[in-house]
Design a protein around this ligand. Sequence first.
Ligand code: GUN
Ligand code: ZN
Length: 446
Amino acid sequence: NSTSSNYPNTATIDKNITLLPVIAGVNVYPEYIADGALIVDDVAGCIIDYGSSETILANYAEANNQAPVKIHDYRNKLIMPGFIDTHVHYPQIDMIAAYGEQLLDWLNNYTFVTEANFADPKIAHDTAQFFLNQLMANGTTSAMVFCTSHPQSAEAFFTESHRLNTRMITGNVLMDKNAPEHLCVPAEQSIQDTQNIINNWHGRGRQHVAITPRFAITSTPKQLQLAGELYASYDNVYLQTHLAENRDEMAFVRKLYPKHKGYLDVYEDMGLLGRYTTLAHGIYLETAEYERLRATGTQIAHCPTSNLFLGSGLFDLPKTLSYTSVSIATDVGAGTSLSMLVTLSEAYKVQQLQNNQLSAHQGLYQITLGNAQSLMLDDKIGNFMPNKEADFVVIDMAATPLLERRIAQTKTLEERLFVLMMLGDDRVIDETVIAGVSRYKKVATA
Ligand code: GUN
Ligand code: ZN
């Protein structure tokens, strides 16, 4: 697919073009090119073409009349599309790995305590900056993110993301009951805060807004209803919340909403379901609820390290996939790693416990194009199709002595990718490129 018609007009080229030998584009089908090249327009920030380096270099030289290009040689490295995390809490980076509790006590004893700090815009900015750098150090280039209930926490996150030019989705968290008073914002005010954030950020550069009720327990019916009305008034504003994660949570929701058919029915009744909705977890669902997910086009974000860390339960991947789209996510700070590779390895183990398998092809597809599709962003990110945004990671498959030794024993690509999925983490990420601009480089160790 390296036709020269994809190349820009020679006369207009005065930009740096990046060439990358050795790529693996995770396409609609897994596609691996042993000696590949990726051509990036680093001014427009998009992919121009990819393919075998021989063809690409020859075609490019011809179309470009031998004009000089900047060549980055990543010999012996693997280039993949940037990873996408569909559910993560940036303020919780400060309380990741908090001991001893399951969901509801964990929220009360640790989470709400930390989230209170984000009333301070300086803490919000510093933490957003640290968090975004950590995402890139883990190869993650896009994410759907929770802030806190303070509008300044969302403002800080968008400001930092816009500066880095990362494609991100977030919004202020809606809570108006069953949480400390200083974290509760009355229904009308909280929705006005979200409206202001939409006006300011939705569609600005690479930023998108998500209406973000925390979960059924911490919102009044009024707040959920207003959230649903706001969601209905836009075509492409997102909505994110949590669903059916923990048994005590399930019982609490049943007590709060005795007349509803179940947890999902509360959200459906309030108008919160749809193609732009992401519900994290969905461990405890009835067949009728899976059917409503399908009917409304609502997707589930599976968060394996979180489900294991909080002892929430085992996610039924095959069953959920038979009804709707499933993305994969870290859910830090209940999740224990920002690495999508670590997350895949834990997802593999969660499926093993239920006698299902998750292949490396399926896993790596999911954290790139699959998650892009779940977030309705696959026209922009997720693989290396010409004109998509140039978000990619440079992976060192020999980053540690163990990886180098184990990879040397492999015979097939599938085997190598599985070893990467099981043993890889932030150490394998050599470089992360955002819209054609290198934003993270691993510090060389002696
Ligand atoms: N349910 C409601 N809030 C949260 C949260 O912050 N993390 C997780 N894992 N579940 C939640
Ligand atoms: Zn969460």
